[in-house]
Design a protein around this ligand. Structure first.
Ligand SMILES: O=c1[nH]c(=O)c2nc[nH]c2[nH]1
Ligand SMILES: [Zn+2]
Length: 454
């Protein structure tokens, strides 16, 4: 990879102020992994001279193409990819027993794990997910293998070895002390890979399948190594009932995690649908982020997250595919379903004679990029285009061969075209995928990287 690259054309991204900022006739300079300048195209000569760059370093987009930040999937179960698109006939607790635990148990086998994990990372990158927060399984060795595969493909990721020490079948349960010890060993092994793109993430599965002791102990590991934590919270009503039964001392579901020391600025709470105002206040106070997984919430018939209420309270929100509770690995699908769930809230509110402002596509685009980076504690590093941030980006080609959608004369603005891409586009329209300045996918094909050549 050339150490400095310049991209010239249209860039579309979100900022905290503006969900959709369109920079036309713009140049962005990238040195190694980082953005070093953003300027108007008419300043290209001066910028090339300033950095002693030749015209060959400039990649000119066509007039239809544009660059957006890479998508951030804040919640995905990599091993469940094997049954993604199947087994959608049950609610969460039966679904775990019937499909999920038996499948995840197979990841004891490294050959099986290598095959599935390679396919997951390949599929996610092809779909423009430059950063994902993954759950692996309870198996330490294949969870480490998963990180090595992510390293080979060049994706940015948080990865958790899952903790489960109760309320799970005999064949998929851990001894508490072993689960804790293996979590620390996993953290050390991932750290030893010395890949700054891969962060180990403490991952107690959910309050049902973790004892208080286990949650407290892994919370201490997160504290000791300054790590993010991910878990599930308040996903469906039967699960909330079960948590009351399993952890009767907790004031509520959120309190169970708070009591165990699991709520930090770097905690990612998936789902979080059935929260009381008090619970939302605690989440806000602790600075945790919420991963909204609309496909999974509808597929497992869990519920409808009220994103507007949470955004109004300034809670950090990102989107998750939650494969395989969700059936699509594409963040475009997560964007669409977020809009539809928000519209559903508006329909239900109208029926009750209330006003509700559903999220528009610009706000949801922000959740899929900048919002996700905030939830994962990476907003200083990725999420949009700012000098000093790393260049995680997608070149979108609306007119590619066999495009998933058509453009007409009435599609006049870049905003029109982005909207069409978000609702109708697919991986065919994602021409190139960059992670930390490296092109890892080109025209739907993996770019095989010489080991961390940046
Ligand atoms: O959607 C979900 N998928 C899971 O694998 C899981 N485990 C606990 N709770 C969960 N929810
Ligand atoms: Zn999940």
């Amino acid at each position: 990879m050339a150490s400095t690259q310049v991209f010239c054309g249209t860039f579309i991204h979100s900022t905290n102020k503006d969900p959709l900022s369109i920079l036309e006739n713009t140049i962005i300079g990238v040195e190694r992994d980082k953005i070093i300048f953003i300027d108007k195209e008419d300043k290209i000569k001066e910028r090339l001279e300033e950095y002693r760059l030749s015209n060959n370093t400039v990649k000119h987009l066509t007039s239809d193409q544009f660059i957006i930040p890479g998508f951030v999937d804040t919640h995905a179960h990599a091993p469940q990819y094997t049954f993604c698109g199947k087994g959608m006939d049950k609610g969460l607790l039966d679904w775990l027993e019937c499909y999920t635990f038996p499948t995840e148990a197979n990841f004891k086998d490294p050959e099986f794990a290598r095959d599935v994990y390679s396919k997951v990372v390949d599929r996610f990158l092809k779909n423009g997910t430059t950063t994902a927060s993954y759950y692996a399984t309870i198996h330490k060795e294949t969870s480490i293998l998963f990180c090595k595969i992510i390293d080979e493909y060049g994706q940015r990721a948080l990865v958790g070895k899952v903790n489960v020490d109760q309320k799970a079948p005999e064949y998929y349960i851990e001894n508490t002390a072993e689960s804790v010890a293996e979590t620390e060993e996993f953290v050390k092994a991932v750290t030893a890979l010395e890949n700054p793109l891969i962060t180990p993430c403490v991952t107690p599965r959910f309050a049902v399948s973790c004892s208080e002791e286990l949650m407290r102990e892994v919370g201490q590991i997160a504290k000791k190594f300054h790590l993010p934590i991910q878990t599930h919270l308040s996903e469906c009503r039967p699960e909330c009932q079960m948590v009351k039964h399993v952890h009767p001392k907790g004031l509520n579901y959120t309190d169970v995690y708070n009591h165990a020391g699991l709520l930090t600025k770097r905690t990612i709470l998936a789902h979080s649908i059935y929260l009381s105002d008090e619970e939302i206040d605690v989440i806000k106070l602790k600075g945790c982020g919420i991963s909204h997984c609309p496909n999974s919430n509808l597929t497992l018939k869990s519920g409808l997250l009220n994103t507007r209420t949470l955004l109004d309270k300034n809670i950090k929100i990102g989107l998750g595919t939650d494969i395989a509770g969700g059936y699509s690995p594409s963040m475009l699908n997560a964007i669409r379903q977020t809009v539809q769930v928000s519209n559903t809230h508006a329909i239900l509110a109208e029926k009750d004679g209330k006003e509700y402002k559903p999220l528009n596509f610009k706000e949801v685009f922000r959740l899929a990029t900048l919002g996700g980076s905030q939830v994962l504690g990476l907003s200083d590093v990725i999420g949009n285009f700012e000098v000093g941030k790393q260049f995680d980006a997608l070149i979108i080609d609306p007119q590619c061969t066999n495009s998933a959608f058509d453009l007409f004369d009435s599609d006049k603005t870049k905003e029109d075209i982005l909207e069409k891409f978000l609702f109708m586009g697919d991986d065919r329209n994602i021409k190139s995928v960059y992670v930390a300045g490296r092109c890892v996918y080109e025209a739907g094909k993996r770019v095989v990287l010489s080991h961390r050549d940046s």
